[in-house]
Write a protein that binds this ligand. Structure first.
Ligand code: URA
Length: 255
């Protein structure tokens, strides 16, 4: 009997996760239809979240200070884990820092973790990530590769709720960490996957116009490309992505 209850409870939890529930905010259920006086008794007083700006801290300045103090990748990871001013952190299961080879010549910068990445704690492990791996393999590169490894990270390390697009203020407050991350890896080339990475590092959006045109970001050559999730939904765009991959390969071989 007990094990039936266990499986039932697990099935209910999985169902809630599928619906997008990603945070438990109380130990006991609250009856929102209860009469007001009853509800007052049921509801425990909750600490009110004070927005960082009202509380007097400037999130961007705080991020700049914390990022500048990080002298290694481990220190940067710890500084990001300790950074409490980005609300996305509250809803995330895991911080997604990076994957791949820190000595790589190429850093690939995506948008933000999705559901699979949030669960696993590694970037690009879902459908879009599998496509990214196939794209890299097609030009003889990969996260783990004897000659042409890549390093992969995201503009934001926490999953936005319901995979919504990251907001400008979220991008701005995490940008100092991203810049420090790039400096610590010291890649020769950046690949900016999609609008969010372009916004953070080129200050521009419009990926369909930007893609394939080499620019400069964080003091290094940067190639904007369509995000694999977009390619997944728009197979006709794969032809241009292939041209961009070949341009990346040629650039790396010419280094
Ligand atoms: N999309 C991204 O931009 N990054 C990930 O890690 C996964 C999906």
């Amino acid at each position: 009997m007990e094990s039936v209850e266990w499986h039932k409870a697990r099935a209910q939890l999985e169902w809630l996760l599928e619906l997008g529930v990603d945070e438990c905010i109380g130990d006991a259920p609250v009856d929102r239809y209860a009469l007001p006086e009853k509800r007052e008794k049921q509801t425990k007083p909750q600490a009110m979240a004070i927005p960082a700006v009202i509380a007097g801290s400037d999130p961007v300045a705080e991020a700049e200070r914390a990022a500048a103090a990080a002298g290694s990748l481990d220190a940067l990871r710890a500084a990001m884990e300790a950074f409490d001013l980005c609300d996305l952190k509250q809803g995330a299961r895991n911080m997604v820092f990076s994957d791949g080879d820190p000595s790589a010549s190429v850093i690939i910068i995506g948008e933000a973790p999705g559901r699979d990445e949030d669960r696993v704690g590694r970037p690009f492990v879902g459908e879009a990530g599998k496509l990214l791996d196939r794209m890299l393999a097609a030009i003889d590169m990969g996260r783990v590769h004897p000659k042409s490894p890549v390093y992969i990270t995201n503009t934001l390390p926490w999953r936005p709720p319901q995979n919504r697009e990251p907001k400008q203020d979220e991008i701005a407050m995490m940008q100092p960490f991203l810049l420090r991350h790039i400096d610590l890896i010291a890649p020769k080339v950046l690949v900016l996957m999609g609008n969010t990475a372009c916004q953070a590092l080129l200050g521009r959006r419009g990926i369909l116009r930007l893609r394939g045109q080499w620019g400069e970001a964080a003091g290094r050559p940067a190639l904007p490309m369509c995000h694999p999730a977009y390619l997944f939904r728009t197979p006709s765009a794969k032809r241009e992505a292939w041209a961009d991959l070949l341009a990346l390969k040629a650039r790396i071989e010419g280094l």
